[in-house]
Each structure stands twice: as C-alpha cells, then as structure tokens.
Design a protein around this ligand. Structure first.
Ligand SMILES: [Zn+2]
Length: 321
C-alpha cells in the first residue's frame, strides 16, 4: 500500500461528438510529470493555450462544468475528471481541438476503457490528501432545498438525492455509497447524463445541444417516460449520474478527500462552490502527505484500481473491462 501520484503510461487519442456544438472533436490524453495536475490545451486556438483544470478555473456551470476564460475554455470536462478519479490519475495533458469534451455515451465508462488501455503509471512523488475536520456546507441562496455539504467521516462516503417531483420517470432517488475509486468504477461510472425531451427540443430550436441525442443521454418525456429503446442501465441511473458529476467536479480539487459528501438537488454550481469552500476553509480541513501508518488507516480512500481488470462493471447492455 502506497500513495504515489499517477499519470498514464502512454498517450491515447480518440474523437467524438460535442453535445453542444455537434462537432466532431479530436482529443489526445498524454502522460505528464508529477505535480503537473490535469491541464487542457486548446490546439485550435492561436498560441495553443493551456488551461489548468482546477476548482478555481471553473467559470461557468450552467450546462456543464467549464474551465478557463471567455477567450480560451473547455466545457463538459466532468465525466473525464470522474474517470481520472476512478484510476487516481493526478497528472495528464489533454490536447483538444474544440471548446468542449466529446460526450461519447454520456457517462464516464468509455473514458475508463480508454484510460485502462493506455495503462496507469505510478510516479515517485507522494500524493496529498485532504481530511475534513469540520462540516463545510453550501446552500443555494434562492432555493434552500438545494444544498451540498461534507462532514467529517472515518470512511469516504457520498450520499446524493434528487427530486424531480413533476417528472414521474425520474421522481425521487437517493443513494448512499462509498466515495472510493473502486465504488465509482463499479457503481457510478456507467450512469449516463439525462435530459427532458421538451428541454432538448427547446435547446435544439435555439441552436443549442446540437449533438444531444438518445445516443449520448437518457432522454425522458414527461408523458412517455424514458425514450431510449434499451431503457435504463440501472434503476438509479439518474441519481448515480448526479453523483458521477459531483465526483468529477470534486476531483478538480486535485486531492482525495476524506469526508462524507451529502448533496440534495445539487448540481455543477454547488459542487464547484463546495470544492472552493473545501480549498479555502483552512480551519475545517487539513492537508497531509500520509505517512506509512496513515496510509494504512486511509486504505479505502487511497485504493485506486490500475485497470478495469481490477473492478467489476456490469450493467444492462454493456459490460466493460
Ligand atoms: Zn454529467
């Protein structure tokens, strides 16, 4: 048992459609040295600018998590960030020739397959860990029913609840699970993003969500329920996707976090506010480089699979690994 930073063994390239632009986007994920963090590079812009993926570089959370500046940004990074969490990847450079990550199937599973194929490399630098010592909470000012907090906990846990009272097919769902890489790979990674048919039609009419379709999302109609012919991959796929988003958004902190995340009707905005609060509230958490003794105490937090062969991911219609 150890706790070293990780990157990829070799580069991996792929292409896919952007959900907002509908464009075919090419991506290359490359290994990077220790303490680089996760860095995007916009190869289509003059000067090919780099954009550091951290909680403080998030500047828009309205449709997806967007990092950078209004001149150079990358959107919809959360499903890839969650996949990085799944393998404990701290360092990588991602070249991309557009302003949004390809949506692929709307989940993190295809990213896990790509990363597993590239292989995971352990570096020589130790990884830092955040231990939450006092509850940190963020509540939506306009709607106090929306909140997210992290409480001190001996084990990493995540509890997430959603309540779509007007949409019968989604309704109320809640989960409480280990907030570990293995649990992420096995229980959350395959959960697809979802949208309401009526909202998607409205976005299409405004020239938005051009690439959004039944191929890369669960599409729900108020009257007809889930429209995807294969149905859901899991009964709790909706809330599991929200937890996936949360895990991806919190991986922008750049360190594993020991605590219990509790979220109710949250979203990218609150996930990012919590990430910023965790980083700034010095008195309510401590950052350590775990010693050998602490590493064994933090075993579940610091156990990251090295390939999909180490986890069991199975769900309706798809088995990866
Ligand atoms: Zn998502």
């Amino acid at each position: 048992m150890n706790n070293f930073q990780r990157t990829l063994k070799r580069s991996v390239s792929f292409a896919g459609i952007g959900v907002h632009s509908g464009n075919l986007i090419s991506v290359e994920i490359r290994p990077a040295s220790a303490n680089t963090g996760i860095v995007f590079q916009r190869t289509d812009l003059p000067g090919k600018p780099y954009i550091k993926a951290d909680a403080l570089s998030v500047f828009d959370t309205s449709l997806a998590t967007r990092i950078g500046t209004s001149e150079a940004y990358v959107s919809t990074i959360e499903h890839l960030m969650a996949a990085f969490f799944g393998f404990g990847i701290d360092n990588a450079v991602i070249s991309i020739d557009n302003s949004e990550m390809p949506i692929l199937d709307g989940s993190s599973a295809p990213f896990l397959v790509l990363l597993s194929e590239a292989g995971i490399e352990e570096l020589k630098e130790p990884r830092k860990v955040i231990i939450v010592e006092k509850t940190i909470e963020v509540v939506d000012e306009k709607n106090p029913a929306r909140f997210i907090r992290i409480e001190p906990s001996k084990q990493p846990l995540i509890s997430y609840a959603i309540d779509f009272e007007n949409i019968v097919a989604i309704g109320r769902q809640s989960i409480s699970m280990d907030y570990t890489a293995k649990a992420f790979c096995e229980y959350f990674s395959f959960a697809r993003t979802f949208g309401l048919k009526e909202d998607i039609d409205f976005l299409h009419s405004r020239g938005l969500a051009k690439g959004g379709s039944i191929e890369n999302a669960i599409v729900v109609s108020r009257t007809e329920g889930v429209l995807n012919s294969q149905g859901l991959r899991n009964e709790q796929e909706f809330v599991k996707h929200k937890a996936l988003d949360c895990i991806g958004d919190l991986h922008l902190i750049g360190m594993p976090i020991l605590g219990h995340v509790i979220a109710h009707k949250a979203g990218h905005d609150l996930h990012n506010k919590l990430a910023r609060a965790i980083l700034s509230e010095v008195s309510s958490r401590k950052i350590i480089i775990p010693s050998a003794k602490e590493t064994s105490r933090l075993k579940s937090l610091l156990s990251f699979p090295k390939s999909l062969a180490e986890v069991q991911v199975n769900f309706n219609g798809l088995a990866i690994g």
